[in-house]
Write a protein that binds this ligand. Structure first.
Ligand code: FMN
Length: 295
């Protein structure tokens, strides 16, 4: 399917892009107008764009049926501060409720049942239930257009951050399995981060990874190993040496059993290496694969 954006309506563009670009983190923004009237609303057109200076951007869109601007945008124009509360699974239904287009005089904290807590460096309140709150100064507002769906970038500098003790691991860092962030996808879909869908990938080596082009041909062209497997192997700086102390029963059995058929032996060893790589046992997988090079 091919989509030429010039041929699409505003709502079609939004629908396709919302489904393609995700999951998007949710900025749950607490703001205040010049008279001190508080507003709370979620925005998933949101991300971190600089860590030093610490800059986040979220984007209230112009909508066809909403004139004047979204209350959040009106507020940050009047009072250039906000608190960005991060949304975890325990908050998601109340957060969604707060996105109703209530009249300006209505405080979404009351409607959605969240509790206000005083911020330290800005005037809009924190959402007490959030496990992370960022107190921000709005440094610039950049309009990307006037039509329906046009983003209005709220560029904000993070002044300070509150982190609940309950989401810190033993190493005193944020444990994503305890934080349970939620994120927005297309349509009505959300996803949540939990222990079952988290995984780690080692950062590329401080030394450069050798690259897939440098893998031995038999590995690179394997019918068994996937792109993810090759990516893990090619993150090594150079081909590892055979470890003389490496002793593996299954490897011995494969070599003994399939010794007469190099093609089948390669297939079995690649299947074994794939299992190891799926378990992130990269060093062992390499030992299996280089033993094949040396048979
Ligand atoms: C999870 C979620 C994410 C949203 N993201 C955005 C967004 O990025 N931009 C936007 O304009 N509206 C977004 N909305 C809709 C706004 O929250 C909604 O228009 C809200 O009424 C705006 O409130 P306000 O007028 O008080 O600022 C989102 C709604 C939900 C539930």
């Amino acid at each position: 399917m091919f989509l030429d954006f010039k041929q699409l309506s505003a709502s079609e563009k939004q629908s396709w892009l919302n489904s393609a670009i995700g999951p998007r983190p949710i900025c749950f923004a607490s703001t205040m107008d010049a008279n001190g009237q508080v507003n709370l609303a979620p925005f998933s057109y949101f991300n971190l764009f600089s860590s030093n200076p610490p800059i986040v951007i979220f984007s209230p869109l112009k909508s066809a049926n909403q004139n004047p601007l979204k209350h959040t945008l009106q507020n940050v124009i009047e009072h250039p501060e906000c608190v960005i509360n991060l949304v975890d699974y325990s908050m998601v239904a109340q957060m969604s409720l707060s996105s109703c287009a209530y009249p300006k005089a209505i405080d979404e904290f009351t409607k959605s049942g969240f509790t206000k807590a005083a911020a330290t460096m800005v005037q809009p309140p924190l959402v007490k239930e959030a496990k992370i709150q960022l107190e921000c100064k709005v440094i610039e507002i950049k309009s990307l257009g006037d039509g329906p769906g046009a983003g209005q970038l709220v560029i904000a500098e993070v002044l300070c951050m509150h982190v609940a003790e309950s989401i810190l691991g033993n190493d005193k860092k944020i444990n994503p399995a305890q934080l349970n962030l939620v994120a927005r996808l297309g349509g009505d879909w959300y996803c949540k981060v939990d222990a079952f869908n988290l995984f780690e990938i080692n950062k590329p080596n401080k030394q450069l990874g050798m690259g897939i082009d440098q893998l031995p041909e038999g590995i690179r062209n394997s019918q068994i190993l996937t792109g993810n497997h090759l990516g893990l192997l090619a993150n090594y700086h150079e081909l590892p040496a055979v470890d003389p102390a490496f002793n593996d029963e299954r490897l011995k059995n494969i070599i003994q059993y399939y010794g007469i058929s190099p093609t089948e032996m390669e297939r079995e060893l690649h299947l074994y290496a794939a299992e190891l790589l799926n378990d992130n046992r990269i060093e062992t997988a390499w030992q299996i694969l280089i033993s094949l090079e040396n048979v």
